[in-house]
Design a protein around this ligand. Structure first.
Ligand code: IVH
Length: 668
């Protein structure tokens, strides 16, 4: 293909991908299959790898792959990002309306616009001539953090605005809320629980944590979303009302919340509030109230702002999702790592439209601190509106018959000794082959994101462990159809299917096995980092604490835990048996070819002739691997202008360094 043809083809592919992105992520109405979309993307990546000079910032291929940062840069907002005053009851909203009408006295008709108050993280996106060039957090309102590379990974943020009959401004500062949908939040926490990592308290914290990652690969793995609701500076377009602004946003391909309504006055606002209060429980993301704005921008300007919040807008918050109920019992659950978690069983009660009958009491310290007893009347809430928890005991309702609770000294499942480890809040069952731990461990191993063994659900795992058919994950691979047929719940066909899917799980690739093994503090991301940085299973197994800690994104806790895991003879025995059964401990196979196929490159500093992304794509297209951090596996460190600390580290390890000229020579 000629250069010119390739360029044309690249432009056409980009146009198509932008369009299908818009159909999928903004309109939620795709026109092609996921496979069709992937194919377009693959073609684009292939062409861009061949002709890296045509890679541009707004290419859909450029969402991921930015190298990790050392720190976020501070940037100042052209126009401060204000906060909002809150109203908590109808009266306060009526007062707001009264103030607005008084201040705008001479104008007869004042229209409001009401929007859901999204519970996430406020960000600003800057578009220059339609191209997304910078994104930042709200910060203190005046200065925020530059999180451009992380925001680029959010699929509902267009990298380029759509052309329409409304001309695109030369500069457009868009403000919006980044959110993590509730189901993604729950999935993320489940995964963190398995990995023994601390849980996020609510979707907002999870969204904030995801956006403040120095490694955008981690952000990319979290399905964040955005709704745009405001503007900073706009150059080259005139907008008169909030409703028009949102309309233009939609035309330009920016995502706007569907539940926005123009309200002619206070009664309509109150109606909207009640409707949204009911709708709240059914929304896939969290809202904590509504935001009311005077629709016309000239009125907004006339009303002005007082120190940090505008006079033309207010938030009307929903009531906290709390309820009162009685604790009927306290039970203890044993998790995969042997942690005993006390759980309150309560008289069922509806909190924010959802029936709740269990609440976590976290651990003994929490029980003691709140002095929770069986029989107590308690205030419960859905924290972050998801996991119910006990807020406090209503002491005035005590009768004297309440029974204090202490975590048992013996595991409720296997009867072994329970120990509280120094410095930890958790009590743990010490028996590694405790059926509870065993069951949870096998469920984790078989899970969708781990070995993905179809048909090996929770009930079947419980049945297998209870029947003594399996004592560890390696035993799965010797299960036969005959054994299964003799068990309850199995017929010839289902037995055959399960054995087949167990066999099929042998080739899931190294990162998944590492995750599946259930090493504490090794979640999917950490597992992927280990494979990416160390390459092979023997290297991971033999890595020292120092090798591990050098990897960007791996902390002391996970490093320590990996070392501990591989020093257990029992774990090694299970791994040997998995291998003997034919489970492949190899990197998922991507056929590598090209003249750099055995080489790993790392980049630092700014290149003069091409962007770092282009350079990386270029060597990757010749089969090379790109490292994220300095390690023994790096063959070449390419040093650009103003390099970072990588140079010093590379010198220590004796890694070959080349400058840009040498690099260009090499790839010529
Ligand atoms: S407008 C001057 N609209 O609420 C107007 N804010 O307390 C300032 N928020 O930092 C913001 N949904 O994070 C606006 N539809 C919405 C919103 C919204 C959520 C958040 C935003 C802001 C905070 C203000």
């Amino acid at each position: 293909m000629t250069r010119e043809n390739a360029h044309q083809e690249i432009l056409t592919l980009r146009e198509k991908i932008h369009y299908h992105n818009y159909r999928y992520y903004i309109l939620d109405d795709p026109e092609i299959s996921d496979a069709g979309y992937d194919e377009l993307m693959r073609q684009l990546q292939k062409l861009e790898a061949e002709f890296p000079e045509f890679v541009t910032l707004d290419s859909p291929s450029q969402r991921v792959g930015a190298p990790p940062l050392d720190a976020f840069e501070t940037i100042s907002h052209t126009i401060p990002m204000l906060s909002l005053d809150n109203a908590f009851e109808d009266g306060e909203l009526r007062d707001f309306d009264g103030r607005v009408r008084k201040l705008l006295g001479s104008h007869s008709k004042i229209e409001y616009i009401a929007e859901p108050k999204l519970d996430g993280l406020a960000v600003e996106l800057v578009y220059e001539n339609g191209v997304f060039i910078q994104g930042s957090t709200r910060g203190d309102g005046f200065n925020g953090e530059n999180i451009t590379t992380n925001l680029r990974t959010i699929k509902s943020i267009p990298l380029r605005l759509r052309e329409s009959e409304i001309p695109i401004p030369t500069r457009l500062e868009v403000r919006g809320e980044v959110i993590l949908p509730i189901d993604s939040f729950q999935a993320l926490n489940r995964q963190r629980e398995f990995a023994g990592e601390p849980l996020f308290a609510n979707p907002r914290n999870a969204a904030a944590g995801s956006l403040r990652q120095l490694d955008s690969a981690i952000t990319a793995s979290r399905p964040l979303d955005i709704f745009c609701y405001g503007n900073g500076q706009i150059i080259g377009a005139e907008v008169n009302t909030q409703a028009d602004l949102l309309q233009m946003f939609k035309k330009w391909g920016l995502k706007v919340n569907p539940y926005i309504r123009i309200c002619p006055g206070i009664e309509a606002l109150l109606d909207y509030y009640r409707e949204m209060e009911t709708r709240r429980a059914k929304l896939p993301y969290e809202i904590d109230g509504i935001v009311i704005k005077v629709n016309r921008f000239d009125f907004q300007r006339e009303l002005g702002i007082k120190s940090r919040s505008p006079r033309y807008a207010i938030a009307y918050k929903f009531k906290a999702q709390q309820e009162v109920t009685q604790i009927e019992n306290i039970v203890v659950q044993v998790g995969r790592t042997g942690t005993l978690t006390p759980v309150a069983i309560m008289k069922p009660v509806k909190v924010g439209g959802v029936e709740v009958s269990r609440a976590t009491l976290h651990n003994q310290d929490e029980i003691d601190r709140k002095d929770v007893r069986i029989g107590d009347w308690v205030v419960i809430q859905r924290a972050g509106d998801v996991i119910p928890e006990v807020v406090k005991v209503i002491e005035s309702r005590r009768t004297g018959n309440e029974i204090p609770f202490t975590i048992p000294k013996e595991c409720p499942v296997c009867g072994s000794l329970v120990v509280r480890v120094e410095g930890e809040a958790a009590h743990r069952c010490q028996n590694l082959s405790c059926p509870a731990q065993l069951k949870e461990g096998i469920k984790h191993f078989a899970g969708k994101r781990a070995m993905d063994i179809d048909g090996l659900g929770d009930k079947i795992v419980n049945q297998f462990v209870d029947a003594g058919l399996i004592k560890n994950v390696a035993d799965l691979y010797s299960i036969t159809e005959d054994q299964l047929i003799r068990m309850e719940r199995f017929a010839k066909k289902s037995a055959q299917n399960l054995v087949e899917s167990i066999q099929a799980s042998k080739t899931r690739g190294l990162a998944r096995i590492l995750f599946a093994l259930g090493i504490r503090y090794v979640g999917e991301t950490t597992a992927a980092l280990l494979v990416e940085n160390l390459g092979t299973f023997p290297k991971i197994q033999q890595a020292t604490y120092d090798d591990l800690i050098q990897i960007n994104g791996i902390g002391p806790q996970s490093a320590e835990s990996v070392i501990q895991f591989f020093s257990s003879p029992e774990n090694l025995r299970i791994i040997e048996r998995l291998k003997a059964a034919g489970v492949e401990f190899e990197t998922a196979k991507v056929e590598k070819s090209g003249r750099f196929k055995d080489l790993t490159f790392l980049f630092t500093g700014t290149l003069q002739n091409m962007s770092r992304n282009q350079a990386q794509n270029l060597v990757e297209s010749h089969g090379a691997k790109i490292a994220n951090s300095v390690s023994k596996n790096v063959d070449y460190l390419v040093v650009g202008e103003e390099p970072g600390s990588k140079v010093e580290k590379a010198q220590k390890l004796g890694i070959k360094m080349i400058n840009e000229t040498e690099f260009l020579e090499m790839i010529k």
